[in-house]
Design a protein around this ligand. Structure first.
Ligand code: GDP
Ligand code: MG
Length: 178
C-alpha cells in the first residue's frame, strides 16, 4: 500500500556532509540525473533532491537526499539535516588532506549528536585525480573500519562507484527505518 514501512516501498532519508568543494553536489547530480556539470554552483545552506531506484526483487527505494553546504558559516544548521537521517555520507576529496581531516570532524559530530543507529559511509571522491592523490586509500579504509563505517572511493566526474555507493544504502534500508 505504499507506506514507508512497506518492504516493497522503502524511504531513506540521507544526508551528505563534508568540506565545501569535495564534490557532494556533483555526487548527487551524478546519481539523480546521470550528469556531471564542471561549472556547478556552490550550494547555499542545503538543497534537497529525491531519487527512487528499483532493486532486483522489485522493492523500490526512495532516497530523500539532503545535500549540505559544508561552509563553516552553515555548520550550525547541520543538525537540522542529519537529525532523523537514516544514512549519512561523509565526503572528502582524495587530493585534499584538509578535507579528510574535516570528514573526521563530521564523524565525531555524528557520533556525539546524531541518531545512535545512523548508518555512516566515508567517501573519498575525485578518484579520477589519482595522480594528485594526497590521501592514501588505506587511510580512508582504516579510519572507516575503526569507526564502523562503510568506505568507498568515487568519481562524480567519471561516475565510478556512484551507483554502488547508493546501492549499498538501499540494502541497509531494509533494516528498520527511523
Ligand atoms: P560541494 O561543495 O562538496 O558540493 O562540491 P561540488 O559538487 O560543488 O564540486 C566542487 C568542485 O569539484 C567542482 O568544480 C566540481 O566540478 C569538482 N568535482 C566534483 N566531483 C569531482 C570528481 O569526482 N572529479 C573531479 N575531477 N572533480 C570533481
Ligand atoms: Mg554543494
Amino acid at each position: 500500500n505504499g507506506g514507508a514501512n512497506d518492504p516493497k516501498n522503502l524511504k531513506v532519508k540521507l544526508v551528505l556532509l563534508g568540506d565545501s568543494g569535495v564534490g557532494k553536489s556533483c555526487i548527487v547530480l551524478r546519481f539523480v540525473r546521470g550528469q556531471f556539470d564542471p561549472t556547478s554552483k556552490v550550494t547555499i545552506g542545503a538543497s534537497f533532491l529525491s531519487q527512487t531506484i528499483a532493486l532486483q526483487d522489485s522493492t523500490t527505494v526512495k532516497f530523500e537526499i539532503w545535500d549540505t553546504a559544508g561552509q563553516e558559516r552553515y555548520a550550525a544548521l547541520a543538525p537540522l539535516y542529519y537529525r532523523g537521517a537514516a544514512v549519512s555520507i561523509i565526503v572528502y576529496d582524495i587530493t585534499s588532506p584538509e578535507s579528510f581531516h574535516k570528514a573526521q570532524y563530521w564523524v565525531k559530530e555524528l557520533q556525539k549528536h546524531g541518531s545512535p543507529d545512523i548508518v555512516m559511509a566515508l567517501v573519498g571522491n575525485k578518484a579520477d585525480l589519482n595522480e594528485k592523490r594526497e590521501v592514501p586509500a588505506q587511510d580512508g579504509i582504516d579510519y572507516a573500519e575503526k569507526n564502523g563505517m562503510y568506505f568507498i572511493e568515487t568519481s562524480a566526474k567519471t561516475a565510478d562507484n556512484i551507483n554502488q555507493l547508493f546501492e549499498v544504502h538501499s540494502h541497509i534500508s531494509t533494516l528498520p527505518l527511523n
